[in-house]
Design a protein around this ligand. Sequence first.
Ligand SMILES: [Cu+2]
Length: 297
Amino acid sequence: MHRRPRLIERACSDRRRYRHLLEAIALVGLLAGCGGGGSAAPTITIGAAHTYELSGFTPTQPVTAGKPTRVSFTILQPDGKPLTQYKHGAGPHNGVHLIIVRRDLATIIHHHPPVGPNGLISDTITFAKPGPYRVVIDVYPKTSGPVPNFQIDSHITVAGAYHPQPLPPFQSSETVDGYHFTLHGTPHLRAIEPAFLDFTITTPSGAPAKFGTWFGALAHAIFFRRGSLDYFHTHVCAAGVAGCTSIFGAARVTGTSTTPGHLKVGVLVPISGTWRLFLQCRIDGHVLTAPFTLRVR
Ligand SMILES: [Cu+2]
């Protein structure tokens, strides 16, 4: 018998509250490896379930641009107790990833804050500009279950006049602090189809960049979709480091970096649209973020 799911009938506020549950359930069926999650509620039937929840998230009031702001929260386990045991070890799939993006995708913040006593996670962030920000908390609990990670959503408002910037058109090169990022060829990306993006990165003197390990990976490729702010995150890891394959159903893809200055980023974007890729790596001790606009069919 097909029963209309109770959850879908709930009011918007409830939907919002349950969004991370929907995402977690969607992840069980669809996605392993690096994280992805979106705003589209999958049409599935679920009964009453206890799941991970965000607790005590601050700030709850608008914050001031240019001033260090404390961001803190606890993740509660399905039994209501604080989550204190997180995955750790080599590779990027560890602990808690805090990814904050302004709604217009003009700016991103990516931290891995430490887990404190009793599971309290606390970070200090200085927002440069006013506006609405989406907060993605990508959680890697130490469990042996089928889901390596899940995301919980929150938001922060930075007070002041918000002037959304239009997303720049596709450009194949970006210069960040004198480092040149070049994307080779014209990417033909399709939803749920593995593809590679080939990048060359050179230093201000023109030499091939040497990638250091930052947050467990040689490069982090964080994607947000324009409008809905759907999220996809993948990595290029050093040889022999596990956990850098993106999996979506039967499709899988793994990025590599076999020669200095080259990154082959494996992409498996969940849905079509216009996406902003924030490519992040550490070179000569500098953490660099190079943004690219990409169409996905
Ligand atoms: Cu990452």
